[in-house]
Design a protein around this ligand. Structure first.
Ligand SMILES: Cc1cc2nc3c(=O)[nH]c(=O)nc-3n(C[C@H](O)[C@H](O)[C@H](O)COP(=O)(O)O)c2cc1C
Length: 250
């Protein structure tokens, strides 16, 4: 394996990046990072023989921005490793979807993993993860990837057709404490937020509910609409007190 590795990641609230950093440090190669949350499409093709794709799980799938961008990668003769990062509920079809897209693009997917990070909408779920136990497991996965000589596609759980994509009925909103500084508009991966008459306005039809704007707001002036937050809190209540597991596939 060459000394370079390219990591394509999407991490609107930092959990996926945390997992990616632990993994990349343990592999110990020079890393070229590609942030799939950047507004522009990918312009360059991967150079090395191995790419890593890491994505958060959204409603059992991968976010549309990840899907649209990784489709454009040319993978002929290259290997890929996929990592789905989920919020302690379930990852369902996310790994399968990611692997299908990469295989279609010509990559051989030699390994995959699902790791848990804190839930980005309900932080009481998966709180503090990845924790020390997770870090050990992420490092062990990295070590196994580093030593792998496989040239075969792996099988991962999931169903086809995939779960229907999440419908976004309401987007995060700005509170009256918002100063329209524009940080949210700048970070939004789908350009759903714009300033209008001194206020930040969100286009629900573009929003993917990734929570990047809520996470980035320096004044904590972005929130989910309270009914949606409450509905999600209730939906995930059963996952507060359980510890869901990490899974690896070779
Ligand atoms: C819109 C949305 C949908 C989500 N759906 C799921 C899910 O189906 N299963 C799950 O376990 N976690 C789910 N999560 C939690 C995220 O997958 C998890 O918190 C992940 O670590 C977020 O990555 P990030 O911190 O890089 O943004 C969801 C989060 C969001 C924002």
């Amino acid at each position: 394996m060459s000394d370079k590795m390219e990591v394509y990641y999407f991490s609107p609230t930092g959990g996926t990046k945390k997992v990616s950093d632990i993994f990349a440090a343990a592999v110990g190669k020079d890393v070229v990072w590609h942030d799939l949350g950047d507004k522009q499409m990918l312009t360059e093709q991967p150079q090395g023989e191995l790419i890593i794709v890491t994505a958060p799980v959204f409603a059992g799938r991968i976010p549309s921005v990840v899907r649209e961008k990784i489709k454009t990668l040319a993978g002929e003769g290259k290997k890929a490793v996929t990592i789905a990062v989920y919020g302690n509920r379930a990852y369902e079809d996310a790994l399968l979807e990611m692997n299908d897209i990469l295989k279609q693009a010509g990559f051989t997917v030699i390994a995959a993993a699902a790791f848990v990070a804190q839930h980005s909408i309900v932080p009481e779920v998966g709180t503090g993860r990845p924790d020390a136990e997770d870090i050990k497991e992420i490092r062990a996965f990295a070590e196994a990837v580093k030593n792998s000589t496989s040239a075969e596609n792996i099988h991962v759980p999931g169903n086809r057709p995939y779960k229907p994509e999440m419908k976004v009925a309401a987007a995060p909103l700005s509170l009256s404490s918002c100063t329209a500084c524009g940080v949210c508009a700048k970070i939004c991966p789908t350009d759903a937020i714009a300033a209008a008459e001194g206020k930040m306005v969100t286009d629900v039809s573009k929003c993917i509910l990734c929570m990047a704007c809520v996470h980035a707001c320096p004044l904590q002036a972005r929130i989910l609409p309270p009914p949606l937050q409450e509905k999600t809190d209730n939906m995930l209540a059963a996952f507060r007190d359980i510890r869901n597991k990490n899974e690896v596939f070779f």
